[in-house]
Design a protein around this ligand. Structure first.
Ligand SMILES: CC(C)(COP(=O)(O)O)[C@@H](O)C(=O)NCCC(=O)O
Ligand SMILES: [Mn+2]
Length: 914
């Protein structure tokens, strides 16, 4: 650290926050988990780890993975999924923030598909380093400092102090009880050191507060997408920080006092300035002047205040006019509290609301001004503000932003950090290098909604909920308590007709809000080291997966309604998929409440967990299902549709084979679009399913696809595939087919298209979901479907054999030969997602490996080709195919009014919406 000889202004926060009823049932707290966490999956996990179940430690079958010679090799615990922890604490005057890591091992499912795929694609751990840890999560928890005993109980009940810092125990999994040490920062690290020793037998290894602050900020700015945002007139706007162009920046920490730190790099910073007029000044003066009992109360007052009642404005001096010569409007504050000089009033004559606002503006403007001047002094472009004074308080952020904008004449923007409440704790955690989390990259983090605890209610909450039963009973308890609990989600099922069934929260006061009380409740950050940026993205930096912008309130409201209306049916399906037991019903009910709560929370504050796109909303639904242990709500529907479609596949293949090349290609494309109608996420489609059998609907859909095409650019695609005249291009080397739904979609749509490509000498990789989402087919399910299809088709059979998919499939190989196939291979890879959409910034390592040799990609379905990736550009040929099954999407953007066939970013063909 490049330190400073000047003693820092005290940035810790002795301010006591208002207390509220703790919302968590403490008796049940010990097995709980929290709202905010970073989750790590093992480098070779079979699927994206998202489960939060936590069985006991089981070291049976432990084995070293990979190279034995390697220093700190990865140790696999195939049967282990318990926690071994690293813990760091930041003990401030009002809050204790904990960051702890729990190692969480996924079972390593190394199925045959994976093994043969690895050989074929050469999937290794790639550029990923070998992590000394395998999987797990970073958890973020907070307690009130006044309730430190609760915090100690929590640490003790979870045995967080036992993993300690002993590197031996970390690698050998033998808990180190002796001399256990916890990394700690904040004033309380000194104040409570003896208490920790006494109660837990651990020593606090103290880390400098500023070091931690900076380390935490650097980590977040480099690794968390949508971490920094501007806040202007109530509008949050996320700022994409270029990791390679982060430094220098000014970090302004507004605690009781204010510290200004110039950060030049990792561990390279200097406290360049500060001011003793900070949060403590606001609260101290405010308390004396208004008799407020808490900091939050004072802040709340300010929202109803009018500072012109007490501040002397330019207009007061200039007879209501602007001082335009120097650019000051009449409403500019000339002198904070200046009116009090001549008004001859007593304190009681001023409203506390007005006093609070004048104070807030006085202090925020002053901080903004000093920050800007320091930025100017060092030629720094970016200023990040943090500290307890801000805590997500919209008005405070607006005021600071205004000040910076004003003084810099719009040149500099104030920015804020979503996780700023955990900077110190995170930095303390990072100071322990043994966990190896310091060089992770942005694409390895997946931010999720805190599904574990949708209700954050109180200002501070204790041990959050982790155990499923606890979560369910919390939901139930919530219903009984009704509005007594802050988060009110009366779960009236929406009607099945019309737009009824939900209420837009009428008053801000009675819903989950991101005000000071919820400011530390950031999203869930899963850390998945296996994720990679999709290598075929033309420009990963500018890539934006979401097509629909939900910051438009009308748009958000529409999708909120769609998801709310879909909920009862989804609950029915989910409960049925688990045998309709009482337990399943209870979980179904809790799931519905949790999802509704999240939706309402997002309606209230769309940017609560980072930039919100439709893909996030659709994923939230799936995450929530998994949270309540609904593994696959559409399991039986998928099976039924697969069987029905496989039964007609031979006829379809025969029909296709009787066609000319050109007709066949067109029919195949039409077939993909037509079969994409089997989508259980679309209301229009589900309504249709009541009107006929699967096959009838498929036929009807195919007929409609044959309507005249509105835009007929099919020739470009055809030319590339079939050539024109004598001009023939070699076939594509490898095609990635991002498949969508089960049943007809995969069997009658995508498989025949894959077969055509295979037949032409193109390797085909089917890219499917890692986890179920609606009725989408998963990578685990595909080999069986292909094996069935291969019974009727030599091309598919040979290719599947060549791709190692039929190693032990249940098919009778007709010609009896398993010899080296001359066919190009057909392979299956998982995409790393459990959603109907796909964010190509974060895909599985096997998909990334498969993409390296690919020169054609076909994205299918609304979720993958329209809601996400519609505007994405790729380094190779790309075809985007989807039937537009949502009327709003089809009418809101005329360009999307039809089913899509997009070639290399250009709409090729389209046909009418069904
Ligand atoms: C959830 C979906 C993206 C799935 O579509 P798919 O990717 O299967 O084509 C799509 O059904 C959708 O956008 N549904 C919105 C709700 C509705 O139209 O009823
Ligand atoms: Mn789908």
């Amino acid at each position: 650290m490049a330190g400073t000889s000047e003693p820092p202004v005290l940035d810790s926060n002795p301010i006591k926050e208002g207390t509220k009823e703790d919302i968590v049932d403490k008796e049940k707290g010990e097995k709980s988990e929290e709202d905010t966490e970073i989750e790590m999956a093992p480098p070779d996990a079979n699927s994206v780890h998202r489960s939060s179940s936590r069985p006991q430690l089981d070291v049976s079958g432990a084995a070293i993975q990979g190279n034995f010679e390697e220093k700190d090799p990865t140790i696999l615990l195939p049967n282990q999924s318990d926690d071994i922890s690293h813990l760091a604490v930041d003990i401030g005057g009002s809050l204790i923030k904990l960051v702890y890591f729990s190692r969480h091992e996924d079972r390593l499912i190394d199925d045959k598909r994976k093994r043969s795929l690895k050989e074929r694609l050469g999937v290794t751990n790639g550029t990923r380093r070998s992590y000394p840890i395998l999987g797990g999560r970073l958890h973020f928890v907070k307690f009130e400092t006044s309730k430190i005993n609760e915090c100690l109980d929590f640490i003790s009940s979870k045995q967080l102090h036992i993993g300690g810092l002993d590197s031996h125990s970390w690698h050998s999994m033998v808990p180190a009880n002796d001399n256990a040490i916890i990394k700690a920062t904040g004033g309380g690290a000194y104040k409570f050191a003896d208490l920790f020793k006494e109660r837990l037998g651990v020593s606090l290894d103290k880390e400098d507060e500023m070091d931690c602050l900076v380390a935490g900020a650097n980590f977040l700015l480099k690794t968390i997408r949508h971490e920094a945002f501007t806040h202007v007139e109530g509008q949050k706007e996320f700022v994409q920080i270029d990791h390679n162009d982060l430094y220098p920046y000014l970090l302004v920490n507004i605690g009781s006092g204010v510290g200004m730190i110039k950060v030049d790099g990792e561990g390279n910073f200097q406290r360049v300035s500060g001011t003793n007029v900070g949060g403590g000044t606001y609260w101290g003066l405010g308390r004396l002047l208004t008799k407020c009992k808490s900091f939050d109360e004072l802040l709340e007052l300010s929202q109803r205040g009018d500072n012109s009642k007490i501040d002397m404005l330019v207009g007061d001096i200039y007879g209501g006019l602007d001082y335009s010569k120097i650019g000051l409007s009449a409403s500019t504050i000339a002198s904070s509290f200046g009116k009090a000089i001549y008004e001859n009033k007593e304190l009681e004559d001023y409203r506390p609301e007005d006093i609070s606002l004048s104070l807030l503006r006085m202090i925020s403007y002053n901080i903004g001004q000093i920050a800007y001047l320091n930025a100017l002094r060092f030629g720094i472009k970016r200023i990040f503000f943090g500290g307890f004074f801000i805590r997500g308080h919209a008005y405070t952020m607006d005021t600071i932003s205004f000040a910076v904008h004003f003084w810099s004449k719009g040149e500099t923007k104030a920015m804020f950090l979503r996780h700023e409440g955990f900077l110190g704790a995170l930095g303390a955690f990072m100071s322990n290098e043994k966990h190896g989390l310091d060089d992770l990259m942005a694409h390895q983090f997946v931010e999720r909604f805190p599904v574990g605890v949708p209700y954050v209610g109180g200002k501070i909450h204790g041990p959050p909920l982790g155990d499923l039963n606890e979560k369910i009973s919390w939901m139930e308890k919530f219903v009984q308590k009704g509005t007594e609990i802050i988060a009110p989600v009366p779960m009236a099922y929406p009607g099945t007709t019309g737009l009824g069934g939900f209420e837009v929260p009428s008053s801000k006061g009675d819903t989950l809000r991101s005000d000071a009380s919820a400011a530390l409740n950031v999203g869930v950050l899963h850390l998945v080291p296996t994720l990679e940026v999709f290598p075929l993205l033309e420009d990963p930096k500018t890539y934006e997966p979401n097509t629909i912008d939900l910051s438009d309130h009308g748009e958000l409201e529409y999708w909120f309604t769609v998801l709310s209306e879909h909920l009862p049916d989804l609950v029915d399906k989910a409960v049925a998929s688990e045998g309709g037991t009482d337990d399943a019903k209870r979980r179904g009910d809790a799931f519905a409440r949790a999802l509704s709560a999240h939706l309402r929370r997002l309606m209230e504050e769309p940017a609560a967990y980072g930039k919100l796109g439709l893909a996030n909303l659709l994923e939230l639904r799936e995450e929530c299902l998994r949270e309540f242990q609904f593994v696959d709500a559409y399991r039986s529907i998928k099976q039924r549709e697969n069987e029905a479609s496989l039964a007609v596949l031979p006829d379809l293949l025969m029909e296709l084979d009787s066609m000319s090349e050109e007709t066949r290609l067109l029919t195949l494309i039409e077939g993909v679009l037509a079969a994409n109608i089997f989508d259980w996420g679309s209301r229009a489609c589900v309504d249709l399913y009541h009107k006929g059998t699967i096959i009838e609907i498929y036929r009807m859909s195919r007929k409609k696809m044959q309507r005249p095409w509105r835009a007929n650019d099919f020739d470009i695609f055809k030319e590339r595939i079939l050539g024109s005249g004598d001009k023939k291009l070699p076939p594509h080397r490898r095609a990635l087919l991002f498949v969508d739904n089960s049943g007809a979609d995969i069997v009658l749509g995508m498989l025949p298209l894959a077969r055509e490509l295979l037949r032409r000498g193109t390797e085909v990789v089917l890219v499917a979901n890692s986890l179920p989402a609606l009725n989408d087919v998963t990578a685990m399910e595909l080999p069986d479907i292909i094996a069935e299809a291969a019974k009727h088709c030599d091309v598919l059979r040979k290719a599947a054999e060549a791709g190692g998919l039929l190693v032990d499939a249940m098919i009778n190989i007709q010609d009896g030969s398993k010899k080296n196939s001359s066919s190009v291979p057909l392979m299956v890879v998982e995409n790393g997602c459990g959603s109907p959409c796909i964010d190509l910034q974060q895909v599985s390592s096997e998909l990334a490996a498969a993409a390296k040799d690919a020169d054609l990609m076909i994205l299918e379905g609304m979720g993958r080709a329209l809601h996400t990736n519609f505007n994405a550009r790729f380094k190779c040929d790309a075809l985007k195919l989807a039937m537009v099954k949502n009327q709003r999407v089809s009418t809101s953007a005329p360009m999307l009014a039809f089913s899509l066939l997009r070639w290399d970013g250009k709409v090729l063909q389209s046909s009418c919406w069904l």
